[in-house]
Design a protein. Structure first.
Length: 201
């Protein structure tokens, strides 16, 4: 089966809208930005906007989704067939996140500028939940005593909160410290607390 061809016009339109949101977010909170503001800045009609997105937070989601390239690669490598353990796979995932936080990245700037935005927090949480769920699903036989959706929501919620704390304090920690703190608090205690397989028999 051949892969579906990507319409470059759609890609360009989405990028223009996402770039417009970035421009606006430099002076306004994302929660206050309206669809009409984005359309005006991007010189794109409202009809075209709604052909591509449902709301402003969807545009932010699209902007953040470009990070998925690295995360998807991580998840595809997170296979026992490739000799990568569950803790190692999660470590690599966190490395991608901490790298994203420590570079001069437009996506990070949007989150940093909108630290109090409910929309930004929701988008970040959804992004983390999707990718953590994917990793947990690969290693489902190691998730004992807790359903994967429960574990994923716990870990994504904890990670979202920690990232939002770290963002305004990013200069106080090294990338290694960030990874280490997040790993210990969102994975290590959870993983160590899971019952052994023998206890479930």
């Amino acid at each position: 089966m051949s892969e579906k061809k990507v319409d470059q016009r759609i890609v360009k339109t989405k990028k223009k809208l996402a770039d417009a949101l970035l421009i606006l977010s430099k002076t306004q909170c994302i929660d206050d930005i309206k669809v009409s503001d984005i359309c005006s800045t991007a010189h794109i009609s409202r009809a075209t906007f709604y052909n591509n997105f449902d709301c402003v937070s969807d545009v932010l989601s699209y902007r953040l989704s470009t990070l998925n390239v690295a995360v998807t690669k991580t998840i595809s490598q997170s296979s026992k067939n490739n000799g990568i353990s569950f803790p190692q796979a999660y470590r690599v995932f966190l490395h991608n996140i901490s790298t994203f936080m420590n570079v001069d990245d437009d996506r990070f700037k949007v989150l940093n500028k909108n630290i109090s935005s409910h929309s930004a927090f929701g988008v970040l949480s959804s992004f983390l939940l999707e990718n953590i769920t994917a990793i947990l699903t690969i290693y489902s036989d190691e998730i004992r005593g807790v359903p994967i959706p429960v574990a994923a929501h716990f870990m994504a919620g904890s990670l979202s909160g920690l990232i939002y704390y770290m963002i305004p304090h990013i200069s106080e920690y090294t990338s290694i410290q960030i990874e280490d703190y997040i790993y210990k608090l969102t994975f290590e205690m959870f993983y160590d607390a899971m019952p052994k397989k023998s206890l479930l028999n």
